[in-house]
Design a binder for this molecule. Sequence first.
Ligand code: DGJ
Length: 708
Amino acid sequence: MSQNIRDFYHLHNDSTSVVVDCRHNQPVLSYFGNRLMTVNVSMLNQLDRHEAPASLPIEPTISLTPTIGESFLGHLGLEVHRSATQWSLSPLMAQANASQFNLELTSRCAVSDVEVTHQLKLDPDESVLCLWVTVGNLSDQATLFIDNCTATLPLPDYLTELEEVTGRWAYEFQTQRHAITRSAYVRENWTGRSSHHINPTLTLFEKTTSATHGSALGIHLGWSGNHQMRVESLADGRQILQAGELLRPGELELEPGAQYTSPPLYLCQSSQGQNGLTRQWHQVIRREFLAKQSPACTRRPVQLNTWEALYFGVDEPSVLALVDQAATLGIERFVLDDGWFFGRTDDRRALGDWAVDPKKFPNGLTPIIEACHEKGMEFGLWIEPEMVSQKSKLYETHPDWVLHHQGVPLNEARQQLVLDLSQPPVVSYLFDAISSLLSAHPIAYIKWDMNRDIHQAGNGEGRHAPHQQTRALYQLLHRLKKAFPEVSIENCASGGGRADLGILEYTSRVWPSDTNDALDRLRVQRGFQNLFPPELMGSHVGPSPCHITGRQHSMAFRAGVAFWGHMGVETDVRQLSDADHQVLSQAIALHKHHRKLIHGGSYQVVDRPAGEQAWMILAPDHSEALAALVMLETPSTPFPNRYRFIGLDAHRHYELKLVWPDDLRPLQTNHKEALTGTHWSGDWLMSVGLSLPILQPESLLIYHLKAV
Ligand code: DGJ
């Protein structure tokens, strides 16, 4: 039921308050932080500042979507037009719906015939707020163009640093932290996917915030297409943050009566450093995304993927041999990657022709799937639905189905073009092709890949397409999930090129990076897990030397790094030495033994000196934990600093075991033996810490703690 507009709204849960100030025509997110016991109008009035020199007598507010009618001189949050002279917009609040956790505020602009609805939803348990904007064209005659729609919030002035998530192919999720300056910091992603380079995640910190201490505000846009994020210092000294879709002219045109809804913007706040954000992001993702999927989709069997073992050389004999070997290692799911479909001998051809290649698999996929089942393994298959090769039957038949720029030659990347999903027949073709595969075979899992940026994004009607393309992709995934709710979908885009909470509604595993180099993976996995929980993180034991970096690592190190996510193997296991076979089998067995804890516990980073990395995964009741220590480089002192554990129960005692690697160097063996037979108090382990053995560079130790 709608209500009259109040001066302010106070959403809250036990730990968090959100104050939306409505005293000045448009809603302002005045506060999002630790729980406030009292909020009143006098306190809010005190936030209004005196007239600044050379400024308007009343400072324009930083509303949830500042418009040109609000006299706001920063980057606008909402811009529309109908013609060269119809660009004015000045909505006034007209309606409200509020409850303890939810707020919906509707505003209307009589001049432009536009309705704007701001929606806010506070998580009932965590300091996580989701907000989104709906813009409606109220005219019954004229179309409306939305030129920009970015949710906007004032930033508290104590947040002085920002950390971006950046990277490249095979080295994603790298974090870079820098000071906020007196200008605008802008990230614009035009790649048509959420991208390797500009992941839609940003974190703001106090100068002194660390992994474990200090204030932090995390931002994530749940969108898999083009996006923008902006931190701007206004001339008057205030700071704003904006995030939303990134649009080209004409991309968003609303017919009379039509509406646009922005992607959700998630905010998470913590006064316990990055770990406080991480803990809450993981909780919300587990509850709101993963728990809503069928349990079959969120099981995490250890898998073997054929890519770095066979590449395009997959055929019945080699795949059957790999299936045999996989079973001896304890693999539980076998995934046939690229190369299995009609004419796919290399990456120059065949995308779009989603039928089994009779030359490579004369008996179809059935013998492979049966062999997997006989050995107790599920079967999974790779596809790349959004793409087409020029050398394919699909392109020969439908050359007009691709995204393109009029008058410009087609631009291939990885020798492939992008299908135009805004054309309904294209989506029907894909739905039918994928449905036929899933109906004809017991396929438990698909790896959905997307291997290029979208450089030429014009669609069949000549419009710039990324908005429609992204929505159509979501609809296709939604239809497939409805038709095949038990099939788990992995989200891959040349590695981590599309890792975001938009696509996570339909997928249940992320392939964070194509690199299986254990050393590089440590930094990728750390950045990835700032937002995503470990069970979402595909993490494979690759070959040595690594095919991408050429680095060589022991099996113990490679397996010890892959242990921490949704574990898999991606090397030619037919070629393993007996020793490596044994080490890998042991790591897989250890992972299975602790899988429930790894995939359900609380992942927390432990602060360590430069050149080292450490983290723990703790059971919710603190009764059990796993802890890792990695030596990345040659240490500058003979012994590492003591390991001060975090998150344990100070009043309980723990049994502490070194569980990995199995094969220790002599000094480490002494260390392992010295741990046995003692019970360690939680306060000792957290305050005094554990003396560590001498460690070589590029090696890791895994401890298990159990309360007694
Ligand atoms: C890119 C993916 O990230 C790889 O894992 C592999 O599936 C290839 N595509 C196959 O073409």
